[in-house]
Design a protein around this ligand. Structure first.
Ligand SMILES: Cc1ncc(C[n+]2csc(CCOP(=O)(O)OP(=O)(O)O)c2C)c(N)n1
Ligand SMILES: [Mg+2]
Length: 278
C-alpha cells in the first residue's frame, strides 16, 4: 500500500509539471483520480505494457473523460508503456501526448480517442461484449466524470449494458461534484447517481477515491461481483485537485495550468519520490 501511495504522489507531481510545462491542460480531475488510476494500473488490472491494440487476453481500461490525459499518460509511462521522458512533450507540437488522447498518435496504451464526452461507456461495452464472444475471462474497466453524465449517450449505454448482461464491465464515476463551469448541482443537477445506476439494473458500490485502502478493497470487491449477470458501477468520491491545497475542491482548476509560483508551491506539497521525476 505504501508503494502505491508513493506512485500516486509521483504521478501527481508529473501531472502538475506536465500541465505547467505546456501552459495548458487539466490538473483538477487528473489529481482527483490519481489514486484510482494508480491502484488500477499497479495492482488491480492484469495488463501488458507490451502494447497490443486488440487487448487480447488482458484487462482493458477505457478513459472516457479524456481531458484527464496528464494522469493517463503518466500512469501509462510509469507502468512501462513508453519512456517517462516523453511526458515532457505533453501538448507540444508533434507530440504523441496530445491534450486529449487519440489513436492516430500511436501512443502505446491508447485504444480510443476520448475528450468528446459520453462515448467511452459505449466503447467499453463493445470491448466487454467482444471478450465474451471470444470466451475471454478478462475484464473491462472504464472511468467517467460526473459532469460527463450530462451526456445522453451515457444513459443509453447504461440501459444497454444491463439489458445485455454485460457483467465483465466495471465502470467508475468520478463523483467530485465539479465540472468545467461550476459545481455539478448548479450546472445540471445529477441527483443521487448511485440510485440512478441501481434503478437501471447495475450492481453499485461506493468508495472514497482518495483513500488508497478503500480504492483497492472496493476494486477487489467489484472484481468478485463480475460474472453474475449485471454490470458494475463504482461511485467514487474524490476531491478535484487532490494533493495541491489551493486546487482542492475548486472547479476553477478543471482546466487551468499553474503559474511558476503555483507550481513551486504544488511541488513542495508533492515531494519527488524514489521513482524520480521525468
Ligand atoms: C461532448 C462534449 N461536450 C462538452 C465538452 C466540454 N467539456 C470538457 S470537460 C467538461 C466538464 C466535464 O465534467 P466532469 O466530467 O465532471 O470532469 P471534471 O471537471 O470533474 O474533471 C466539459 C463540459 C466536451 N469535452 N465534450
Ligand atoms: Mg466532475
Amino acid at each position: 500500500m505504501a508503494e502505491l501511495t508513493t506512485i500516486a504522489t509521483q504521478i501527481r507531481r508529473d501531472i502538475v509539471r506536465m500541465v505547467h510545462g505546456a501552459s495548458s491542460g487539466h490538473p483538477g480531475g487528473s489529481l482527483g483520480c490519481a489514486d484510482f488510476l494508480t491502484a488500477l494500473f499497479f495492482k488491480i488490472m492484469k495488463h501488458n505494457s507490451a502494447f497490443n491494440m486488440n487487448a487480447t487476453n488482458e484487462d482493458v481500461f477505457i478513459l472516457s473523460n479524456g481531458h484527464i490525459s496528464p494522469l493517463y499518460y503518466s500512469a501509462l509511462a510509469r507502468s512501462g508503456y513508453f519512456d517517462i521522458k516523453e511526458l515532457a512533450t505533453f501538448r507540444k507540437l508533434n507530440s504523441r501526448l496530445q491534450g486529449h488522447p487519440a489513436t492516430h498518435e500511436h501512443l502505446p496504451g491508447v485504444r480510443i480517442a476520448s475528450g468528446s464526452l459520453g462515448q467511452g461507456m459505449s466503447v467499453a461495452i463493445g470491448a466487454a461484449l467482444t471478450k465474451k464472444l471470444n470466451a475471454e475471462k478478462n475484464l473491462v474497466f472504464s472511468l467517467h466524470g460526473d459532469g460527463e453524465l450530462d451526456e445522453g449517450q451515457i444513459w443509453e449505454a447504461v440501459l444497454f449494458a444491463a439489458h445485455h448482461k454485460v457483467d465483465n464491465l466495471i465502470s467508475t464515476i468520478d463523483w467530485n461534484g465539479q465540472q468545467i463551469d461550476g459545481p455539478t448541482d448548479k450546472v445540471m443537477n445529477l441527483g443521487n447517481i448511485r440510485q440512478k445506476f441501481d434503478a437501471f439494473g447495475w450492481v453499485t458500490l461506493e468508495m472514497n477515491g482518495n483513500n488508497m485502502d478503500d480504492v483497492v478493497s472496493t476494486l477487489e470487491k467489484a472484481k468478485t461481483l463480475t460474472g453474475q449477470g449485471k454490470p458494475i458501477a463504482i461511485m467514487m468520491h474524490t476531491l478535484m485537485g487532490k494533493g495541491v491545497d489551493f486546487m482542492e475542491g475548486k472547479h476553477e482548476w478543471h482546466g487551468v495550468s499553474p503559474n511558476d509560483e503555483q507550481l513551486a508551491s504544488a511541488l513542495t506539497q508533492l515531494p519527488e519520490t524514489s521513482l524520480g521525476d521525468y
